[in-house]
Write a protein that binds this ligand. Structure first.
Ligand code: ADP
Ligand code: ZN
Ligand code: ZN
Length: 725
């Protein structure tokens, strides 16, 4: 090929579903995956070269590539393949897919220099100090204790709750010193418990097929030892000098998890989470691409980590909604993980106590292998679950007499209690007692939540804030009062009622940043009696072994949602929250307050357990050809003027003949029709056959880009939507 006349086809981050041609510099090898700086519509953009070819017109008329960024570090071919697949499957412009895949810093020319990772080491002076003598400085003591075993990366210390402040103080005393993480000697992994029969069988099932694509659903109740299975399988993978990728819903909230992996695996491990800066993320990507990392643990976007020596992919809490990206490229990290494993010909393990109906269905139809951990190891027992009928006699503060009594009892016996309420803020409603006015968001079909700490009304949907009015804007009365209970109010109430123990609130308002949560964990892990009040943040995979009582204050609204997945999600949440109790030998109690004690969901979930309930739901879905037995896509449109969104969806419906197998519903308003000042509508597509739906979506989505009404509305196509119909 004449190198003077080579064009590269570039994926650019623009909402156009095609590649763009540029002249390739003659002096550089033509590597697909190269990141390039080019001019597009008078802007400078960074894109990724997917292909090379010969020009179809005079090469001199084709715009040149301005710069090839890090020519020695192209995006590896397997990731390009994944990008092509995702673009086709999700019907999304390839350039935006490529951009979603890369850490921000690698999509810039003026890339901040990757920062070498730092670690901390005890000096000889530090070794001479007895940590036990530091009774008045518990953080410093904890830092010294952690470092006695081995030098640790700053990030690992941070996850363990040791802030950089503490380290600086110790450095001032000359007890610790900074070293480059590259010099960390690999420590010996610590041994884990000997596996139960069920665990060993699951590990054997995974490791028997390490050399080929084999998806496995690991279904194990909370605390049954799924993580031990991952650890054992990953160790096997490390012995073979292969890399493991672990995807979790929220690593920032689970410092214990990353620390457990570090201690148990040895090897070179990196954790990717939202608390990392761009340079660190980029550095992890580069290290992984060069094969310098053995294990990468991260949230959703970690599914795009390069793996030159791929061995195993694990998706923990595979049912969790946060694995699905809800804007831009609407991808499911779980589904992409399975697709990636297929392309790389390696095993993938999907683990959960409450698997998604999709994965259960795949296991039932034989697409996935299946392993079950039916029991907690050792003496740990499952909690006893009781329904509390609160019809007609629930006091204003929202806690029944039984719940208060149980709290009294468990706390006085030295237990810890967890009170779950999925609603943050002080009160969900601010109401005028004189005329009935309520505070509503101007931009959304929603009420504003009252937050007492800063005396503000806040919309949880668009983020709008305003001062709390002292007088009713409608009638001028001063009787404007908060109605209902959120976590802020509940925590205050409980603190007054149980003043002898600390009450910790855990929600997005109180837990900002990783250290806040780690600090809290440190406090709770001392085992002292306390009450934890929080939203579903509490239900997410964090172990508080001292918790003997779990109270679910209000689950009722979830029972009557319009979303067809509401039952499944409620069952998952109930099971996950209940699973927080009785992690230790003492067993535990779960109390569920409800106005609908006869609701069949309670009966079924509590009596038969989540697994059986989920299988019943699948039978129901089968009849209606709903997911997982049928396949779904959602075309959403939003605009400042409702007609603009409507007109776009009407045009979309008419632009291609819809095959008879595809059912089309709508246009209909989205569950919250107006949000952040925009009207939102949607079209739902349903088809029993995935292939047929895919074929239609592909040609359809292409014509959507050409619709002239598309310019007046924001629109997106969501393949396998997870919420809101
Ligand atoms: P899961 O991931 O299913 O929630 P974990 O792997 O975190 O469960 O295990 C729950 C608890 O049980 C942990 O404290 C773990 O150390 C312990 N554990 C797991 N497997 C065993 C085993 N085979 N023997 C003893 N303890 C175990
Ligand atoms: Zn009023
Ligand atoms: Zn709003």
């Amino acid at each position: 090929m004449n190198a003077d006349a080579l064009v590269c086809r570039v994926a650019l981050p623009v909402p156009v579903p095609r590649l763009f041609d540029y002249r390739w510099p003659t002096d550089l090898p033509a590597n697909p995956g190269s990141r390039v700086l080019v001019t597009f519509a008078n802007r400078k953009l960074v894109g990724v070269v997917l292909e090379f070819g010969l020009p179809s017109i005079d090469i001199a008329r084709i715009k040149p590539v301005h710069q090839v960024i890090d020519p020695a570090l192209p995006v590896p071919e397997p990731l390009l393949e994944l990008a092509r697949w995702a673009a086709a499957y999700y019907c999304h412009p390839i350039g935006e897919v490529a951009a979603t895949m890369l850490p921000t810093a690698l999509r810039r020319v003026d890339r901040p220099q990757p920062r070498p990772r730092l670690a901390w080491n005890l000096t000889s002076a530090g070794r001479a100090v007895d940590p036990g003598s530091l009774t008045r400085a518990p953080r410093q003591r904890q830092a010294l204790e952690s470092l006695t075993r081995r030098p640790m990366e700053s990030d690992a210390l941070l996850s363990a709750g040791v802030s950089s402040d503490v380290l600086r103080r110790l450095a001032d005393k000359g007890w610790v010193e900074r070293i480059s993480a590259a010099n960390l000697s690999e420590h010996q992994p610590t041994a884990g418990p000997s596996l139960t029969e069920a665990q060993a069988a699951a590990v054997a099932q995974i490791t028997a097929k390490l050399e080929r694509f084999s998806p496995l659903l690991l279904e194990g109740i909370t605390g049954s030892g799924k993580t031990e299975v991952y650890l054992a399988a990953i160790r096997r993978c490390l012995e073979l000098d292969r890399q493991a990728l672990v995807i979790v819903p929220e690593i920032g909230l689970t410092p214990q998890l990353s620390e457990r992996f570090r201690q148990r695996l040895g090897g070179r491990l990196a954790v990717v989470h939202s608390g990392l800066g761009d340079p660190e993320r980029a550095q992890t990507w580069v290290d992984a691409a060069r094969g310098r990392l053995d294990v990468v643990i991260g949230t959703r976007s970690a599914v795009f980590t390069p793996l030159p020596r791929p061995g195993l992919i694990v998706v923990d809490e595979e049912h969790d909604l946060s694995l699905k990206q809800q804007d831009g490229l609407h991808y499911s990290a779980r589904d992409l993980a399975v697709q990636r494993a297929k392309m790389l010909d390696i095993p993938v393990v999907l683990g959960s106590a409450t698997p998604s109906l999709e994965s259960i269905h795949n296991a039932e139809t034989g697409k996935y292998d299946h392993a079950v951990l039916p029991r907690r190891p050792g003496a740990a027992r499952l909690p006893e679950v009781r329904l509390i009928d609160v019809r007609g006699h629930l006091p204003e503060h929202g806690l029944s007499g039984e719940v208060l009594q149980a709290l009294d009892q468990h706390l006085s016996q030295g237990g810890q209690a967890l009170v779950f309420l999925n609603r943050r803020g002080f009160a969900p409603v601010l109401i005028c007692n004189a005329c009935g006015w309520t505070a509503e968001c101007r931009r959304c079909d929603a009420r504003m939540t009252f937050h007492q700490a800063d005396d503000q009304l806040r919309c949880h949907h668009c983020g709008m804030e305003q001062k709390r009015p002292t007088l009713c804007p409608d009638c001028g009365s001063s009787r404007v009062i908060p109605l209902g209970v959120g976590t802020e109010r509940l925590a205050a109430l409980l603190q007054r009622r149980f003043s002898q123990v600390p009450v910790h609130r855990i929600d997005r308002d109180t837990v900002r940043g990783r250290t806040a949560f780690a600090d809290l964990v440190t406090k709770v892990m001392t085992g002292q009696p306390c009450i934890l009040v929080g939203t579903q943040m509490l239900a997410k995979g964090h172990d508080f072994p001292g918790v003997t009582l779990v109270c679910v204050v209000n689950i009722d609204q979830a029972l009557f949602s319009s979303d067809f997945r509401a039952t499944e999600r409620t069952a998952q949440l109930l099971t996950q929250v209940s699973g927080r109790a009785g992690r230790n030998d003492a067993g535990g109690t779960v109390l569920l307050q409800t106005h609908h004690p006869d609701h069949p969901l309670f009966e079924q979930v509590l009596r038969t357990g989540y697994g059986r309930f989920a299988r019943l739901l699948i039978r129901e879905r089968q009849a209606a050809a709903f997911p997982p037995c049928g396949h779904m896509a959602l075309l959403r449109a939003e605009a400042l003027k409702k007609q603009d969104a409507e007109r776009f969806l009407d045009a979309a419906m008419g632009c291609l003949p819809v095959p008879p197998e595809v059912d089309l519903y709508g246009p209909m308003p989205s569950p919250m029709e107006r949000r952040a000042g925009r009207y939102r509508l949607q079209l739902l597509l349903l088809c029993p056959d995935r292939g047929k739906l895919q074929r239609f979506l592909r040609s359809w989505s292409k014509s959507l880009f050409d619709l002239k009404d598309a310019r007046r509305a924001r629109w997106s196509l969501d393949v396998d939507p997870q919420d809101s119909i």
